[in-house]
Design a protein around this ligand. Structure first.
Ligand code: URA
Length: 184
């Protein structure tokens, strides 16, 4: 990334890495998170820290093969200073880059993990608890809001009705939809 591009993306001065994506670029399922954390910045890959470990566990438990069936990225490509939440302005600035990434990967299904992804892609500013698990068709593509793994880390239980249990249900639904697509 050139310096002007870094500036346009509002990547902070101390040159954090640009974290683009990981997984299968030909996957029909994409997951969009918020922004890289410290571990992601250090390794240059999204979702490789504690949140990522939980995400991988849940994917596996839902029967999804992460390496083969998924492409993972974030709304914001550089770690925000002190891991703070991205501002609305940063989300706006990042949106064209994310849109291009979605167009290039061209997934049939997209999981919007957390409020930042929901805001950036569908322009919805709140309501993830109500919207999670429901497919939203937008510009010919199906998007499903799901809880962000860093929120799930606060609730370790997987008992019925807990956030982790609900997320497992959502991921199983995504797997089911993926299966239907592969048959059609
Ligand atoms: N949280 C995110 O939203 N993305 C990452 O890559 C890591 C943690």
């Amino acid at each position: 990334m050139t310096e002007p591009q870094r500036k346009r993306l509002k990547c902070p001065e101390q040159k954090p890495r640009v974290v683009v994506g990981r997984g299968n670029p030909n996957a029909r399922l994409m997951l969009i998170g918020e922004a890289p954390g410290a571990e992601e910045d250090a390794r240059g890959l999204p979702f490789v820290g504690r949140s990522g470990q939980l995400l991988s566990e849940l994917m596996k438990e839902a029967g999804l093969d992460e390496q083969r069936q998924l492409y993972i990225c974030n709304v914001i490509k550089c770690r925000p200073p002190n891991n703070r939440k991205p501002t609305s302005k940063e989300i706006e600035i990042s949106r064209p880059w994310l849109k291009q990434q979605i167009d290039l990967i061209d997934p049939a299904l997209v999981l919007l993990s957390g409020a930042t992804a929901l805001q950036a892609v569908l322009g919805i500013r709140s309501g993830i608890s109500k919207l999670r698990g429901q497919w939203q068709n937008h510009e010919g593509r199906d998007f499903m809001p799901v809880f962000h793994p860093s929120y799930l880390l606060r609730f370790r239980s997987r008992e019925a009705g807990t956030p982790q249990d609900l997320t497992l249900q959502d991921l199983r639904e995504a797997r089911h939809r993926l299966h239907l697509l592969s048959e059609s």
